[in-house]
Design a protein around this ligand. Structure first.
Ligand SMILES: Cc1cc2nc3c(=O)[nH]c(=O)nc-3n(C[C@H](O)[C@H](O)[C@H](O)COP(=O)(O)OP(=O)(O)OC[C@H]3O[C@@H](n4cnc5c(N)ncnc54)[C@H](O)[C@@H]3O)c2cc1C
Length: 422
């Protein structure tokens, strides 16, 4: 495509960029709209969402599911709540199905079908995808925006929607270029940290447990005080902890560890869902009834075998072949404490390559929450993960991507009409 002149140019062909282009067209079908994408294909990250199933939105989404400048979201989320997003997807051919916890997936069970449906909808409306166009500079000359690509090409538009997303998973589109484009225009951003990401601990403590999982509670302690807890799957890895419950907690850990003088951060694992005293009573009774068993099988049948052996070794220095009866009361108490609150130091988180969302981002105070338009440079709109807003696991990040895109797309289309009349 040679003519890169548009009424509205959308920079970034991810979740919010594709939806913003469609929302602008829906409001004003006569407008010339184009999507500029850095990668050879649009929607790469979207294809990987929800383990390949795309957790589109969550019907229970509320401010409690988000972090950062949550107040900024109120207007767009009120006008484009999960049910409105689901209805919009039906228009594009995607039939949404509500599952446990209000999570919404396409009936096809395929994230690729969501990308296909958005792409087909763009094509049906004559909205081109211009791929391998990496926006490197953005400037306004009079009423026209110029978007210069890294390879020297130039697109022009009356309005520009920046939808370049956050820093996560560079191979799927994660990039800092959106922050740079906006900072060059006077916008500021808060520090960015990986969130919805795995935690690192002392590898020596967990290496033998790689692949073991338990379903239960985990708390994050900052300076010895619990700050957030989650119940769900916890998975041991060779470097630390993963699983949905861990990912949900990662934000509080990465925020605390990013402080100038970071306090000690730890994860407390509740492997047995019992108070410590009850766990101790249970172990006393097992010691009596299973007295002749070797220690290596003391917890077999109660918790995962490898996990049980690891905890027995930590609580009791005896060889694992020793009969259970030889465990002292003190060692048994230590084991009960580990089973109900094994505390591991959190030394860091995995990086942006592994994270699902970026915490921190472009300051919302410089944008109009009704339209997503910049208060500093009129005609410039921002959507999605670029903002200082991030959600928990469960479809919340995409819900924000869609809602902010619908608000920006509509507003840009309306304003473009006014520009033409004016
Ligand atoms: C593995 C994984 C699984 C996830 N699963 C879920 C889930 O199931 N549910 C959920 O709600 N959220 C999920 N998320 C988070 C969700 O995908 C993102 O929050 C969402 O995609 C953000 O949308 P966006 O439009 O802001 O950015 P993106 O979808 O990241 O799109 C940004 C686009 O801009 C392009 N771009 C970047 N810079 C430039 C440039 N200079 N010029 C042109 N184009 C550029 C990128 O290549 C990319 O295509 C997941 C994230 C990951 C990494």
């Amino acid at each position: 495509m040679n003519d890169l002149s548009f009424d509205i140019a959308v920079i970034g062909g991810g979740a919010s960029g594709l939806m913003a282009a469609l929302a602008a067209h829906r409001k004003s079908p006569a407008l010339k709209i184009g999507v500029l994408e850095r990668l050879p294909r649009v929607g790469k990250k979207l294809m990987a969402t929800g383990n390949g199933r795309c957790n589109l939105t969550n019907i229970n989404a509320s401010p409690a599911d988000y972090h950062g400048d949550v107040a900024f979201m109120e207007s767009a989320m009120r006008r484009f709540p999960p049910r409105a997003v689901m209805a919009r997807f039906e228009e594009y051919g995607v039939y949404p199905v509500v599952e446990d916890g209000g999570r919404v997936y396409p009936m096809s069970g395929q994230a690729s079908s969501v990308v296909d449906a958005l792409r087909l909808s763009l094509a049906e409306r004559g909205i081109p995808e211009i791929c391998e166009f990496e926006a490197a500079a953005l400037e306004r000359a009079g009423k026209t925006w110029r978007v210069r690509a890294k390879d020297g090409r130039e697109a022009r538009a009356g309005r520009v929607i920046v939808a370049t997303g956050g820093l996560t998973v560079p191979s799927l589109g994660g990039s800092a270029s959106g922050y740079r484009l906006l900072e060059a225009l006077g916008h500021r951003a808060t520090p960015r940290l990986p969130a919805l990401v795995q935690l690192k601990t002392d590898p020596a403590a967990v290496r033998a447990l790689k692949g073991v999982r338990y379903d239960g509670r985990i708390d994050i302690l900052v300076d010895g005080r619990p700050v957030r807890g989650e119940t769900g799957e916890v998975l041991f890895t060779e470097y630390g902890l993963s699983g949905i419950a861990v990912m949900q907690l990662s934000r509080v850990a990465s925020t605390a560890l990013a402080r100038r003088n970071p306090p000690p951060v730890s994860a407390r694992l509740h492997i047995l869902p019992l108070p410590e005293e009850e766990a101790r009573a249970l172990l006393l009774s097992r010691r009596a009834t299973l007295a002749a068993r070797p220690l290596e099988n003391f917890l077999t049948g109660l918790v995962n075998k490898r996990l049980g052996q690891t905890l027995v070794k930590r609580a009791c220095p005896l060889p694992l072949a020793t009969p259970v009866a030889e465990m002292t009361d003190g060692q048994l108490s230590s084991l009960a404490a580990l089973l109900t609150g094994w505390t591991l130091p959190v030394t860091g988180t995995q990086g942006f390559e592994q994270a699902q969302v970026t915490a921190g981002g472009v300051r919302t105070a410089d944008f109009d929450p009704d339209t997503m338009e910049s208060r500093l440079v009129p005609g410039l709109y921002v959507t999605g993960e670029l903002y200082d807003i991030d959600g928990d696991c469960g479809g919340f990040n995409l819900q924000w991507a869609w809602a902010s895109a619908m608000a920006a797309g509509e507003a840009a289309a309306i304003a473009n009409g006014e520009l033409r009349r004016g």
